[in-house]
Design a protein around this ligand. Structure first.
Ligand SMILES: Cc1cc2nc3c(=O)[nH]c(=O)nc-3n(C[C@H](O)[C@H](O)[C@H](O)COP(=O)(O)O)c2cc1C
Length: 197
């Protein structure tokens, strides 16, 4: 069984991104994977404390976030566009992930973007993909861009994706799951090198 961690890349209350993550969770479950949602809206208070970058100062409540990334055979990053870029909280979350164990190295990562505008979060996906490349993740090249998302939100605030978009998300999920299985044997290429002696 494939452990798929789905990251909701904003902490905005009642975000549309979070609803999209729920749809992705259903899709991956229907494909027989084990989806786990990481919701940045649930990050512990005090994330902006200057000591957060030091492991020993991080609150225990941050540990489950790290564990969900460590457990991921495949990581889906779902993010909105804010001011032509990725949400600041998403970059901060990545910055706070421990580097010494190369937690993102060799991990397969796919991207789904959502935006009110016409470019469907193309810009933030390009940015965040560059960051994951820096961290030596295996970038899955097929992305899904959801544009004009406010037109898909009904009067009660529910995101109603058209069938064509749902199909694209399913197709991405099927192929990304296979990609994650195929690269699995070489993930250790980027595992942390043990200290000599
Ligand atoms: C702070 C902020 C900045 C935004 N900037 C952009 C933007 O640059 N381009 C765009 O297409 N939509 C922008 N949006 C609209 C979001 O794409 C829209 O709210 C969408 O629902 C996804 O965000 P959400 O998950 O927070 O709901 C912005 C929204 C917020 C809250």
């Amino acid at each position: 069984m494939l452990n798929v961690t789905i990251l909701s890349g904003t902490n905005r209350a009642n975000s549309t991104t979070r609803q999209l993550v729920s749809s992705l969770e259903e899709i991956y479950a229907s494909l027989g994977a084990i989806p786990v949602v990481v919701d940045l809206a649930q990050l512990p208070a005090g994330m902006c404390h200057p000591g957060m970058y030091e492991g020993e100062v991080r609150p225990a409540a941050f540990r489950p976030f790290i564990e969900a990334i460590e457990a991921a055979d495949a990581l889906v990053v779902c993010l909105p566009e804010y001011n032509g870029g990725m949400p600041g909280i998403l970059k901060m979350f990545i910055d706070l992930l421990p580097d010494r164990d190369n937690i993102l190295g060799g991990r397969p990562v796919a991207f789904v973007g959502i935006a009110a505008g016409q470019w469907g979060a193309l810009r933030p996906i390009e940015q965040v993909a560059a960051v994951f490349t820096y961290r030596k993740s295996f970038i899955y090249p097929e992305r899904v861009f959801i544009r004009d998302c406010e037109d898909m939100v009904d009067a009660t605030g529910v995101l109603c994706l058209p069938d064509s978009l749902k199909r694209r998300l399913v197709e991405q999920a099927i192929r990304f799951s296979e990609f994650a299985r195929v690269v699995s044997p070489i993930r250790s290429l980027f595992a942390a090198v043990p200290e000599p002696g």
